[in-house]
Design a protein around this ligand. Structure first.
Ligand code: PLP
Length: 422
């Protein structure tokens, strides 16, 4: 029987069993670090993932052999830098299956991408009587830019509620859609709870009401294969640093007709064709939205990160992460005084939890002393915390390099914390 047939029969469990996390781990030099004299157990990849050597080397190679400013130089280095920068854009296009590189705008990250759409698509179009619909799961980056547009234009923000499992209540979401809904902005995966939203059907429902849809894919691209054409999203935003790439680089995908019709967001070099004091004409896509010298080495690192993740196989990584998530969920449920927050059946590799009578920050500090790095706080999703009546949670998140041993270390550290606060 060939491997493909075995895969079909045994599915994700077999893929997860074959996955060699120890070998993957060796690609990430930082994971060999010791923290407070203990081996580092890094469980904070939802905040920022670590970078493999392949990414670090690609950036170093660019910086040591190729760097110059892009687009404006006739000299060899500038042309090589431009080729690297534009080659990386083509890599990003393939990664999300956009139709054209004109639909791939480099940004600093998800936050900047959403603000770009808010100011350049929404602000000029929306007014009193119009509505923007988001969900109660959103990161602040997918709330505040829309509140700003509401203040600027007089339009109204509507919020689809979630249930106690941390899922968007689909009937309520559908009820909130109307001909007044001009824009729907949704997370693909919740950073606070890990919930994967059924965005394909939500996008279709929004489109049926004539609304435009932006998807915040910051937590999705490291864990799921994203095909923007298959999803049908009008805009899709993500950050390089959650995808094993550098900070300060990300992508806004937008459908070309929409981007074409939008005014530039920032003015300056590179986004123009000609400038006089009487009139400036703007550059074509995607450059119209990329004013100033961009993050060139970041784009190179981002492309290397995409190569790396696809080299491992996104599906293989996802299957491994799901196996970790299932084991960790089962083990944490057994711990006394520990409550999981966010129990949707369809989740990405995030576990939010609280320990009875222990503030999450104290928990995080005790775990840190054991070398276990988790995140504690509101995870830039204060409304989610308010919904659950909590000031904060502790959050462990998994990535391609985490192992079952990491879960054992997390459990041991949690038991120690329980003993300290007993
Ligand atoms: N949206 C989600 C779901 C996130 O998890 C994050 C970061 O945590 C963001 C948006 C913002 O991403 P960035 O800070 O890279 O712009």
């Amino acid at each position: 029987m060939n491997t493909a047939a075995t895969d079909n029969l045994a599915g994700p469990r077999a893929a997860a069993a074959r996955y060699d996390a120890a070998r993957v781990r060796a690609d990430f030099p930082i994971l060999a670090t010791r923290v407070h004299g203990r081996p580092l157990t890094y469980l904070d990849s939802a905040a920022s993932a670590q970078r493999p050597l392949a990414v670090l080397r690609a950036v170093e190679q660019y910086e040591t052999r190729t760097h110059a400013n892009v687009h404006r130089g006739v000299h060899a280095l500038s042309q090589a830098a431009t080729a690297a920068y534009e080659g990386a854009r083509e890599r990003a296009r393939r990664f999300i299956n956009a139709r054209s590189v004109r639909e791939v705008i480099y940004v600093r990250g998800t936050t900047e991408a959403i603000n770009l759409v808010a100011q350049s698509w929404a602000r000029p179009r929306l007014g009193i009587g119009d509505e923007i619909l988001i969900s109660a799961l959103e990161h602040h980056a997918n709330i505040v830019p829309w509140q700003m547009v509401c203040e600027q234009t007089g339009c109204t923000l509507k919020v689809a509620p979630i249930d106690r499992r941390g899922e968007v209540i689909q009937e309520e979401f559908l009820k909130l859609l109307s001909r007044r809904t001009r824009l729907v902005a949704l997370a693909h995966v919740s950073n606070a709870l890990g919930t994967v939203l059924p965005i394909q059907q939500m996008i279709a429902a929004a489109h049926a009401h004539g609304a435009c849809v932006l998807i915040d894919g910051a937590q999705a691209v490291p864990h799921l294969r994203v095909d923007v054409q298959a999803l049908g999203a009008d805009f899709y935003a993500f950050s390089g640093h959650k995808l094993y790439g550098p900070t300060g680089i990300g992508v806004l995908y937008g459908r070309e007709e929409l981007l074409d019709a939008m005014p530039p967001w920032q003015g300056g070099g590179d986004m123009i064709l000609s400038v006089s004091f009487e009139k400036t004409t703007y550059n074509e896509l995607p450059f119209k939205f990329e004013a100033g010298t961009p993050n060139i080495s970041g784009s190179v690192g981002l492309a290397a990160a995409m190569d790396y993740l696809e080299g491992l196989g996104i599906e293989a990584v996802a299957a491994h992460e799901q196996a970790l998530l299932q084991r960790a969920t089962a083990e944490l449920e057994r711990l006394p005084d520990l409550t999981l927050v966010g129990t949707a059946p369809h989740k990405a590799a995030v576990l939010s939890f609280t320990m009875k009578d222990v503030h999450p920050h104290d928990l995080g500090t005790i775990l840190d002393a054991e070398g276990v790095a988790i995140r504690t706080g509101h995870h830039c999703a204060m409304p989610v915390m308010t919904f659950f009546g909590l000031p904060a949670t502790a959050r462990a998140s998994f990535a391609c390099y985490n192992t079952f041993e990491d879960i054992e270390r997390l459990l041991a550290a949690l038991r120690r914390a329980r003993a300290v606060f007993a």
